[in-house]
Design a protein around this ligand. Sequence first.
Ligand code: ZN
Length: 244
Amino acid sequence: MSSAPIYGILSDIHGNLEGLETVLKDAHEHGVTHYACLGDIVGYNANPSECLETIRGLQCVCVCGNHDHYCSFDDDLTGFHPLAADAVDWTRRQLSAEQQKFLADLKLVQRVEKFTIVHSTLDMPEMWGYVFESLEAEASFTYQMTTVCFYGHTHVPLAFEKGSELTAGTYERIKVNLEKKYFINVGSIGQPRDGDPRASYVIYDFEAKEIKLRRVPYDVAAAQEKIRKSGLPERLAARLVIGR
Ligand code: ZN
């Protein structure tokens, strides 16, 4: 048996415990031995504290997302989308001071073995920019020292591949060519926004140099029920079923 690590790359869990537990079970069944977390563990869904403890239990490298950042201290939420601000406000009250400190201490960019992880962009991670277009990916590539970098934040799985030219598109499986660079969004576990409500994550097989996108159905109704009971905005429950 080979002992080369197989990574599960998790992002934008957003307090969705049903999504997270289903993904971890799927990852285990597919031979995942290690994890990396791209941030936004909390915010939007009803189990921020439980998701945070589950991620901490994985002992994986984790970077900070904008929701992790805003939920970790009592900053003013002016300029935040009202729906997000309500969720941040609610989430802050669910986390212990110790949990908030854990989130506050997360770094924005991390190296994990031979790849990089970031929540938003490599060029200005503290600005929480969204990468949907090649021009935005190009700015991150300038700062990318590893063949592969995984990012999150948009909740839309998307891959940028930079060889002699830059290509972009959706993906299911990527064979890594060490002469190129890859900036890859793994999608969201807790609140997918590409029209597919299934939880999204990536399996990165180091030795096989293979990146596979996984989409996993989970108990959306249970996650919705918890949101409705918690007093979080109804729209946060409604959107889970349409994946927007
Ligand atoms: Zn997010």
